[in-house]
Design a protein around this ligand. Structure first.
Ligand code: AMP
Length: 182
């Protein structure tokens, strides 16, 4: 049982199967007894993960900056705990500190920023918490290719590729989290 931070899309304009993935990941994490740590939104994949956790008796801890409350569909009302911060930096710091592992689902710029931050902090030795990138239906193929390109061109060491694990389904995600926390 651990506190798992999930980074994912806040967009509602995506295909339905991405929402289903979010719900399944929430379900799988809750069934393993984990608590969700996330950005606190009720929209996009974010909201679905939280609902998937709650439907399976898991706990939800959200962190949201005051200024985003209206933009991200108001905070997820049913969260077991919700912290409202003044800034985005505070939000990220609280999520980072609470988390014992990170899961990155499909997302856009916000998700990317969060993923790259925990990845580079791990690279630099600031933490050693597991990171699972969920490459659902090849969503992150081009990102993984870009990372490989960094390595080929000498901009990053090939060992960087082992800073994160790759899963493709909700089930694999829960397995990867369990393995990494063992
Ligand atoms: P997106 O992947 O763009 O839908 O964003 C997913 C989540 O990341 C949302 O909760 C955003 O508020 C959040 N986000 C966007 N930019 C940042 C940032 N610079 N730092 C922390 N979180 C962010």
């Amino acid at each position: 049982m651990a506190q798992i931070c999930v980074y994912c899309s806040s967009s509602n304009g995506i295909a339905p199967h991405f929402f289903e993935l979010g719900r399944e990941v929430g379900r799988a994490l809750a069934l393993d007894g984990h608590t969700l740590v996330y950005g606190g939104g009720s929209v996009g994949i974010m909201g679905e993960v939280a609902r998937g956790v709650h439907e399976n008796r898991g706990e939800v801890f959200g962190v949201m900056p005051e200024a985003l409350k209206s933009r991200e569909g108001i905070a997820y009302e049913l969260a077991d705990e919700m912290v409202v911060t003044d800034t985005m930096q505070e939000r990220k710091a609280i999520m980072f500190t609470r988390a014992e592992a990170f899961v990155v689902l499909p997302g856009g710029f916000g998700t990317m920023e969060e993923f790259l931050e925990v990845l580079t902090l791990r690279l630099l030795g600031y933490h050693d918490k597991p990171i699972v990138l969920v490459n659902y239906q090849g969503f992150y193929d081009r990102l993984i290719d870009l990372f490989a390109h960094f390595c080929e061109e000498g901009f990053a060491h090939t060992s960087c590729m082992s800073l994160f694990e790759v899963a493709t389904t909700a089930e694999e995600t829960a397995e990867a989290v369990a393995r990494a926390l063992r």
